[in-house]
Design a protein around this ligand. Structure first.
Ligand code: NAP
Length: 329
């Protein structure tokens, strides 16, 4: 039986509605959470991401502002900007869109963000809070993965989870969240021998690799839940053919779009996995929409934490099962 498709767009929309309701309550009490986005230079992909983040902020009722230093901005200039945003009380979240230009010391800039406003969850203080199960800000994409699992009623506690990828942004925090939710976690990477065998142990398989369609049926235990974090732009017709040329997973709509546009967005999981997995996130429409939804969530969470309103009594620790977005991660 083909896998159940986990609809990330719907889950993200639910979270955005819940966040919007929370913002409304906070505004009525005199606080509008605020997000500052820093976009340096003119990276076209970054400009698209930032537009999406600002639009989402407006839709859920957050205050938002954009700062756009020029491509030639120095580390010192960006540090001064971050310092100013750290000081301003109406700013609850600071997001520095990566990548920064080569002349900028990215680590120094990210380290300068006040951890209580670090809505990306990249600051070592937040990384430490996650690994010691203290309240903090959790990176948006892995937090979104947990939302998909929890809201789809996928059991986590006691399950074997395998995360392929060990980046600070996705792989490591995803593994930590799964561990906090009592899964038995294996982290794999490019030096893992017999990756397919390691992945086949998984009840929950998280692919965060950046290799189009690398996870094939051989990597998947029948019935496993497969979460595809990968976002890869495919332009090579041979790669497209490898992914969508098979009889079972031929996709005429996608083929037409590929021919018209010359590219398509694919995940790290081959479409054939739908024949083996129990549940699967699509690309697009899976993890992607959750990332912005969780940024909105983190901004409200930061606003509450900064005002001593988090964690709220009765809310559960990191990664545990729950229903409302406004409960703790
Ligand atoms: P990354 O920093 O490049 O990390 C990739 C990880 O995959 C590394 O740990 C690497 O291992 C591992 N890897 C690469 N090739 C491998 C192989 N052949 N076998 C086993 N492991 C391999 O990437 P990232 O930032 O974590 O992103 C991963 C993917 O998620 C990308 O496609 C990215 O676009 C996507 N992404 C999506 C969202 C979203 O909103 N949906 C957000 C962020 C990222 P080593 O450490 O050994 O090099």
């Amino acid at each position: 039986m083909p896998a159940k498709i986990l609809d990330g767009t719907k889950i993200a929309n639910d979270i955005r509605s819940e966040v919007a309701a929370e913002v409304k309550t906070m505004v009525a009490a005199g606080v509008r959470p605020g997000l500052a986005v820093v976009l340096v230079g003119h990276n076209p992909a970054s400009e698209i991401y930032v537009r999406g983040k600002v639009k989402a902020s407006n839709e859920v009722g957050l205050y938002s502002e954009q700062h756009t230093p020029s491509e030639s901005a120095t580390t010192a200039k960006l540090l001064a900007l971050i310092e100013d945003l750290n000081r301003r009380d109406e700013i609850d979240g600071i997001l520095v869109q990566l990548p920064l230009p080569a002349q900028v010391d990215s680590k120094q800039v990210l380290m300068a963000v006040d951890p209580s406003k670090d809505v990306d969850g990249f600051h070592p203080v937040n990384v430490g809070s996650l690994s010691t199960q203290r309240p903090g800000l959790v990176p948006c994409t892995p937090a979104g993965v947990m939302e998909i699992l929890n809201r789809s009623n996928i059991p986590i506690a006691g399950q074997e989870a395998v995360v392929v990828g060990r980046s600070d942004i996705v792989g490591k925090p995803a593994a930590m969240l799964l561990l906090n939710a009592n899964a038995t976690v294996t982290i794999c990477h490019s030096k893992t021998p017999d990756l397919a065998a390691a992945c086949r142990r998984a009840d929950i398989l998280i692919a965060a690799i950046g290799r189009p369609g690398m996870i094939t049926c051989d990597f998947v235990k029948p019935g496993a839940t497969v979460i595809d974090v990968g976002m890869n732009k495919v332009t090579d017709p041979a790669v497209f053919q490898r992914l969508f040329g098979g009889r079972l997973y031929k996709n005429a709509k996608r083929e037409d779009a590929f021919l018209a546009k010359g590219s398509t967005l694919v995940g790290d999981v081959h479409p054939e996995v739908a024949e083996v997995a129990g549940a699967l996130t699509p690309v697009p429409g899976g993890v992607g929409p959750l990332t912005i939804a969780m940024l909105m969530y983190n901004t409200v969470k930061a606003a509450k934490m900064r005002r001593g309103q988090w964690p709220v009594a009765g809310r559960r620790p990191s990664g545990s099962r729950r229903r409302s977005a406004m409960a703790d991660h």
